[in-house]
Ligand binder design. Structure first.
Ligand SMILES: [Fe+2]
Length: 279
């Protein structure tokens, strides 16, 4: 039995992603945000020292794979144990490994005053850091049926779903349709617009927004686009991974069946907690 060490709260995600800065200060801003995240947040992220603006910094990046709250096989038959093990130990781990590598390269580029290298690293940081964030949420969004997985939401979230979508069944139908229609790899999310206090469904491509499509010198803009939902003004509540690696070994090319069955192991209690924490 593996156990998750720390939850990734929406506020941590926003704390991580919603910052900006000039091209020269962006790396320091990132380091500061990472430090906050490491103190509170995703998995067992740790920083051995802080990078502080105006000071010589020495940071050690040690983001590690979060344990799960359940065994790999406990989500069966909705998701096979084989998929869960590969997904967690290989795919998620690879995002973390490459995230740490990119952060170390960023640190060196900052020391060297190499602005070009700093900008080039944003793609790898966005993709792999986003992969770590997204999967850390995803694991918590799931639960075995014996632990409440699949039990409908209650309270404020249940009311909000009814107000926004008409019923839970209609929300599920929308997320399934949007997830099935997503071309290529990506995620389908239930998010919260904090300003409007409104729920919304949103799909995002790959792990994160493709920053390469934007002018690379607009560093602050790239930073704000790291979190797929934050880039759209939404706090992530529930994310469903619709990359092929999440279902192909079991469902082959029938993605709609994966989407139909995953609701049997959705941890609505976790989704509700994220919702109420951001009202
Ligand atoms: Fe994944």
């Amino acid at each position: 039995m593996t156990r998750h060490l720390a939850g990734s709260r929406p506020s941590d995600i926003l704390g991580f992603f919603c910052f900006g800065g000039s091209i020269l200060s962006g790396g320091v801003a990132m380091a500061s945000a990472m430090t906050r995240l490491g103190r509170r947040g995703i998995g067992s992220a740790r920083w051995s020292s802080m990078a502080v603006a105006g000071q010589q910094s020495r940071a050690s990046h040690s983001f590690t794979l979060p344990d799960l709250d359940y065994d790999y096989g406990e989500l069966e038959p909705a998701i096979s144990g084989e998929i869960m093990k590969l997904h967690h130990t290989k795919h998620h781990q690879t995002y973390i490994t490459n995230f740490v590598k990119a952060l170390e390269q960023l640190e060196q580029a900052e020391k060297d005053g190499n602005a070009e290298a700093i900008v080039k690293l944003q793609g790898a940081i966005n993709f792999n850091g986003g992969g770590h964030v997204n999967h850390s949420i995803f694991w918590k969004n799931l639960a075995p049926s014996k632990s409440g997985g699949g039990e409908p939401p209650e309270g404020k979230l249940a009311s909000a779903i009814k107000d926004e979508f008409g019923s839970l069944e209609k929300l599920i139908a929308k997320m399934n349709a949007d997830g099935a229609a997503l071309q290529g790899s990506g995620w389908v999310w239930l998010g919260l617009n904090k300003d409007l206090k409104q729920l919304a469904v949103q799909t995002t491509a790959n792990q994160v927004y493709d920053g390469a499509l934007f002018p690379v010198l607009d560093f602050s803009k790239l930073l704000k686009l790291q979190d797929p939902l934050a880039s759209k003004g939404l706090v992530p509540l529930l994310g469903i991974d619709v990359w092929e690696h999440a279902y192909y070994l079991q469902y082959k090319n029938v993605k709609p069946d994966y989407l139909k069955n995953i609701w049997k192991v959705i941890n609505w209690s976790d989704v509700s907690s994220r919702y109420e924490a951001n009202l």
